[in-house]
Design a protein around this ligand. Sequence first.
Ligand code: NAD
Length: 547
Amino acid sequence: MSDLTADAVATGRPAAAPAGGNPAAPGGGRTVAGAVPPSLVARLAGGVTATGEPSVVETIAPLTGERLASLPQSTPSDVEVAFQLARRAQSAWAALPVRRRAAVLLRFHDLLLKRQDEVLDLIQAETGKARLHAFEEVLAVAMAARHYGRAAHGYLRDKRHGGALPVLTQAIEARRPKGVIGHISPWNYPLELSVGDALPAFAAGNAVVNKPDTQTALTALWARELLVEAGLPADLWQVVIGDGPVIGPAVVEHADYVSFTGSTRTGRDVAQRAAARLVGASLELGGKNAMLVLADADLDRAAAGAVRACFSSAGQLCISIERLMVHRSVADAFLEKFAERTRNLRLGGGLAYGADMGSLVSARQLDTTTRHVEEAVKAGATVLAGGRARPDLGPFFHEPTILDGVTPDMAVCGEETFGPVVSVYRFDTEDEAVAAANATPYGLNSSVWTRDLRRGRAVAARLRTGTVNVNEAYAAAYGSVASPMGGMGDSGLGRRHGAEGILRFTEAQTIATQRLLPLAPSLGLDDRQFAAVFTGGLRALKALRLK
Ligand code: NAD
């Protein structure tokens, strides 16, 4: 943490605004304490599975540094209890027709849109992000609820396949729920990554034990209440809260399948524990995402898109852009537009629309951000916009920052910052840009800007990332919920959204029925004759182009 910020946090006094810094957004007049009163916290905390006399953990509101909530902590034995309760509820839930389960998602969709202001307050209070960025979560969750509410039946219904012998063998592929999903989620998109990812698990007939990050547990607990109001049996979604390294492994220990979103480091640990138990896991991990501005891009649209790409949720977005590659012939013109837009972003912490970017979530995130920027500047990088913490606005604010002249020896070049910082690089040829974009162990998201859509898609095909957005930052791919989203390489395993996003929560079961004749010598054929008949039969099946 910079000295200036540390002083502001320690004294509770806002520091003076630096000259030439980003303007402050109007506050809106509502306070965190007013929007999240103790009665609401107490009601939501009642949804945590924690028995006995649980110890209590405190959270603070990042916007102001004030105390936000006291929450009960679950122990590893509470996690065991949560799995028992969830397991008991799961068999009755799984016995319901898919359409009955999916109807809960559709009712949840409507309730969420109606009551969005409640959760926008909670998301802002717990994360410090701007209200517009909190609304992105409502959007994403509503899209997932609609998609799986409408499409779950099609994804899960029994599928007939050609059997071993045409006509005589009939095969049906059925989908069975895994059972109880261990679902571990981070703080950065607390609504989307708690309930958004749980919806297809429920639609597929599972129960869920969710360990949200403690900092953002209220949002997850609110979503649970709403889903119960929409018709989900209360025991089907258990929430446990506690220190990640303490209760996270307990969640993996009891789960029939693990859905994890978080850092690559923790993801490796989770994967190893799941592998040791031979249970599957999907891992949505970190990124160091690149945006390519080709020579023929519309520079105004690309500059506006770059702002969204780099600074949504103050850069604390796994699919956020941290490496910006611009064709040399347009670099100056593009950077002028991008830097001007970035310098004009209004920073603020009010519980109202109007701010373009909010706060970082914690001292830890601010620390990494300031360290990456300060180290780079000391080693020769140039600041094109931003560059400073803003303790005058709140304890963890940092300006949206553009760095030029970043070299591979600087941490900001290859490590995920997970803050509002982007480094700019210039390229001369498409091959060079593609090679530079792919020169990272991560492979989550990328973005390509060009007026030639065919060329955009051709470049996209060469990028080694799970999603690529042509002429958009990240929302086009993420919002296309019928299509899979996830990471290659160190960015993870498995996918959310689309068929993969729900089928991961199922076991495939093949039921094959044999009629009239066995798949063995019969009708008086000896072994040799049987082999000869079947050899001829196999040749005939291939000639008939049967699959
Ligand atoms: P993190 O790995 O520290 O924590 C994520 C979750 O795991 C938290 O709930 C935490 O309490 C829990 N946890 C911690 N240690 C654990 C352990 N040993 N076993 C089991 N669970 C444990 O990540 P973070 O810093 O909170 O989140 C930010 C990271 O998440 C970034 O790297 C970001 O890129 C990534 N992320 C990825 C996606 C995606 O979809 N790919 C989405 C959001 C965030």
